[in-house]
Design a binder for this molecule. Structure first.
Ligand code: NCD
Length: 296
């Protein structure tokens, strides 16, 4: 995505958010548009916020998973979604464990495809909601700001999308985590810090990541207690940031592992702002896609 497209989505999202704050109803831009949510991996926030965004825009919504659909009978992903598209569904939101699957589907389906997280690859709407949250915290300025991203970077689609967006808007990124959970050298455009303390020193924000146990082999981390001691965000560590430095976490949080409850619920935490911004960003993405398809 270009800087202009990112900023357009953030501005639209801000517009929805302020309308809701004033108690106004969302314009029903997706009235008469049918949207399918195809989630083939677990999800709470992303799935619910996509559904809410679709409903707020007036869309008709169908949601399904692999359980109970013909995928469990051996039908391919493409055949299943082609079937859904043939029924008239114009936009399909996909979460899938295979990196690249939404891109593949987008090339083969008549419907528009929105990536809600593909394996270890990308999670674009999460990246956009992180950017909106940081734009508020940083009063609109990304240049000269620095964020530390701490934890399981190697398996994190959240980190990949956030780093892409942050670098595009001009912020600096430092990553830190156990050597077994770091990306290959030079894979991401981020500086690497050897300790969480060095990553946090003078940072304007920190993002803690969950250990993606479902995507790693058992040997990657010796124990969660050891991980919490060496890499976890605690009250003392977050004070290494600037006075205004904020704490982000995409959720789901494992309290006591990558973040203490004191930090998760503390005054620097913007975790629930991220969740609120998620609905607004997804409205903006859905409306933009429907426009591109000539549906609104
Ligand atoms: C993340 C995901 O699924 O990639 N959660 C989310 O979408 N908010 C991060 C995670 O599962 O740790």
């Amino acid at each position: 995505m270009s800087r202009e497209s990112i900023l357009d989505i953030l501005d639209r999202a801000e517009h929805y958010r302020s309308a809701w704050k004033l108690g106004r109803r969302t314009s029903r831009e997706l009235e008469d548009v049918e949207v399918g949510n195809a989630f083939f991996e677990d999800s709470t926030r992303t799935r619910i916020s996509f559904e809410l965004a679709e409903r707020r825009l007036g869309a008709r919504v169908v949601s399904f998973t692999s359980d109970g659909s013909s995928i469990s009978k051996g039908e391919t992903l493409l055949d299943t979604l082609q079937t859904v598209a043939a029924m008239g569904v114009a936009l399909i939101v996909v979460r899938h464990g295979s990196a690249g699957s939404p891109g593949y589907l987008a090339r083969h389906l008549d419907a528009g495809v929105i990536n809600a997280g593909d394996g270890e690859h990308e999670h674009p709407t999460q990246g956009l909601l992180d950017l909106l949250t940081l734009r508020d915290a940083w009063r609109g300025r990304f240049e000269g700001r620095r964020i530390a991203i701490v934890g399981d970077i190697a398996h994190s689609r959240v980190a990949r999308s956030a780093i892409f967006g942050l670098r595009t808007l001009g912020a600096e990124v430092t990553i830190a985590g156990p050597a077994t959970l770091m990306p290959r050298e030079g894979e991401l455009s981020a500086a690497v810090a050897p300790t969480v303390e060095e990553a946090l020193q003078g940072a304007d924000a920190v993002m803690a990541l969950r250990l993606q146990r479902e995507r790693m082999d058992e040997a990657s981390v010796p124990s969660t207690r050891e991980y919490a001691r060496v890499w976890g965000l605690n009250a003392e560590r977050v004070e290494l940031m600037t006075a205004e430095g904020v704490v982000l976490h995409p959720g789901p949080m494992n309290r006591g592992v990558e973040i203490t409850s004191e930090v998760a619920d503390g005054s620097r935490s913007v975790v629930l702002d991220q969740v609120e911004n998620g609905v607004a960003v997804r409205c903006a993405v859905l409306a933009r896609c429907a426009e591109a398809l000539g549906r609104c």
